[in-house]
Design a protein around this ligand. Structure first.
Ligand SMILES: [Zn+2]
Length: 170
C-alpha cells in the first residue's frame, strides 16, 4: 500500500467526469487500498479516485464515530438513488486546501454501488456520512463543493492545520 499525493485545484483531472469501473480486478483493489491509506494519512473523511489522479468511479469513506470504530466503506460505481431533506453546513475539500464554505446538502441519502469484492452494497446514510457521500460522488462528476456556493462570501479562508476534522475531510 502507498500514500498517493492528492491533486489540488486547478488540476484538470478534478473537472473530468470519471469513468465507470467495468471489472473489479486486482488493480482496482490496489487503488482502493492506496486510497484508504491516503485518506487516513490526510485525516480525511472521504476520498474520490480523481483526487489521486485516477479518473474512475471509486470512492472511499472513513467517517469518525465518537467512542466507536470509524465507519469505513469503499464504493465502486456509486449512485445516489434517493435524497431527502436539506441542511446548510460547512464543508472543505482536501483538493482545495485552506478554505471552507457554507453549502446545502441533503439530510439523508440512499446510495448503492459495489464493494471491492464485487458485491452489491446499499447504504442508507445521514449525518457526516451522507455529506461525505454527496461530496465524493460530486468529485466523480467533476463537481467541487465550491460549485454549490450561493455566493463567494460563503467561502472562508482558514489555516489548514487549524481546520476541524469534519471540515477538512474530503
Ligand atoms: Zn473533496
Amino acid at each position: 500500500m502507498a500514500v498517493i499525493p492528492i491533486r489540488t485545484v486547478p488540476d484538470p483531472v478534478l473537472r473530468q467526469k470519471a469513468k465507470r469501473v467495468k471489472n473489479v480486478d486486482s488493480a482496482i483493489q490496489k487503488l482502493i487500498a492506496d486510497m484508504r491509506e491516503t485518506v487516513v494519512a490526510a485525516s480525511g473523511v472521504g476520498l474520490a479516485a480523481p483526487q489521486v489522479g485516477v479518473s474512475l468511479r471509486v470512492i472511499v469513506l472513513c467517517v469518525p464515530k465518537k467512542d466507536e470504530k470509524n465507519e469505513e466503506y469503499c464504493l465502486i460505481n456509486p449512485e445516489i438513488v434517493r435524497r431527502k431533506g436539506e441542511r446548510v453546513l460547512k464543508e472543505g475539500c482536501l483538493s482545495i486546501p485552506g478554505y471552507i464554505g457554507e453549502i446545502k446538502r441533503s439530510e439523508q441519502v440512499r446510495v448503492r454501488g459495489t464493494d471491492e469484492t464485487g458485491k452489491e452494497i446499499k447504504l442508507r446514510c445521514e449525518g457526516l456520512l451522507a455529506q461525505a457521500i454527496e461530496h465524493e460522488i460530486d468529485h466523480l462528476n467533476g463537481v467541487l463543493y465550491v460549485d454549490h456556493l450561493e455566493s463567494q462570501d460563503k467561502l472562508q479562508k482558514v489555516e489548514p492545520e487549524k481546520q476541524e476534522p469534519e471540515e477538512s475531510i474530503q
